[in-house]
Design a protein around this ligand. Structure first.
Ligand code: NDP
Ligand code: A1CAB
Length: 268
């Protein structure tokens, strides 16, 4: 039996726990979860998924895989607390935004580390994750790490530095889409539809559009032109987006998020 230890019990830990249990990657009995102080949260995770939230120090030493899942600002103190508890050669999977692999090995010693940027859609097996490894990761461990992320969606290996861009795009990406949906719902009701109707229409539109992009050989601009009849409704809508500087807004959004990822290592 494996021992998978989560340090941090927040939204992203829950998304992975849910995804891995659902996909039968690990059983609940193989998963151990701890946090800083929120006992109710641990009780909730135990009651909901059956994972272990009460365990002794041996678990730290026996863990096959330790997952760093606290906020970046808490990472240094969490690793400081963790270091004396782990003596074995446990591998590390870090989902911390912005924190370099070198920072992790500085604090936890030289050991295999996979730095991953998943997203919350791991909950339903639909994460888009980026991953980078240090040179302590063996070929066998590398394929195990990839399998873990494939079990909860798709995964692509990138240079470690590119993880900042991955974070800005697909790590934060679900929030941008939820924000867009909030706007569709708000405006949809202003033009006469119920919120439920807007939700139904636009979730299917998002899913259909994503599937078209996956299946088609055409670039998005070609597909967009097929929707845009001259003098029609789409043209009118896109003109308004351009007028309100849609492209500039998206560029600022991704660049700001990428820059924030780079500065998170120093965040308080
Ligand atoms: N949310 C997302 O969409 C994504 C998040 N990430 C990354 O995942 C990480 C976690 O994010 P998220 O789940 O949203 O964060 P949350 O704030 O939801 O959870 C953070 C968890 O860390 C725990 N924690 C804090 N300090 C310590 C400590 N010293 N020892 C043990 N546990 C500690 C907290 O415990 P307590 O509540 O008791 O303080 C809490 O359980 C972040 O680094 C983030 O960058 C990556 C991809 C997507
Ligand atoms: O907002 C954050 O910092 C984290 C990283 C990607 C998604 N959530």
């Amino acid at each position: 039996m494996k021992k998978i230890l989560f340090i941090g019990a927040g939204s992203m830990a829950e998304a992975l726990i849910q995804g891995w249990i659902k996909e039968k990657v690990f059983t609940a009995q193989e998963i151990y979860v701890t946090n800083r102080s929120d006992k109710e949260r641990l009780q909730f995770l135990h009651d909901t998924y059956g994972v272990n939230c009460n365990f002794d120090h041996d678990t730290y030493q026996q863990a096959d895989l330790i997952i760093l899942a606290m906020k970046p600002k808490d990472a240094i103190s969490a690793m400081h607390e963790l270091k004396p508890k782990i003596t074995g050669q446990s591998a590390i999977l870090s989902i911390l935004a912005g924190i370099a692999i070198n920072t992790i090995t500085e604090h936890l010693g030289a050991r295999p580390v996979a730095r991953v940027m998943p997203n919350t859609s791991a909950t339903i097996g639909m994460s888009a994750s980026g991953i980078a490894f240090n040179d302590k990761v063996t070929t066998e461990q590398r394929s195990i790490f990839l399998q873990l992320l494939e079990a909860v969606g798709s995964v692509i290996e990138v240079d470690e530095d590119q993880l900042h861009a991955v974070t800005a795009l697909s790590g934060s990406g679900p929030a941008y889409i939820y924000y867009l949906m909030e706007a569709f719902e708000r405006v949809g009701t202003k033009v006469g539809l119920s919120k439920d109707t807007v939700r139904l229409l636009m979730t299917q539109t998002l899913a259909g559009t994503a599937e078209m992009l996956k299946q088609s050989v055409d670039d998005p601009d070609v597909l967009r032109r097929k929707v845009t009849s001259p003098g029609g409704t789409t043209e009118a809508g896109i003109k308004a987006l351009e007028q309100y500087q849609f492209n500039e807004a998206i560029e600022a959004c991704i660049k700001e998020a990428e820059a924030r990822s780079r500065s998170l290592a120093n965040s308080k």
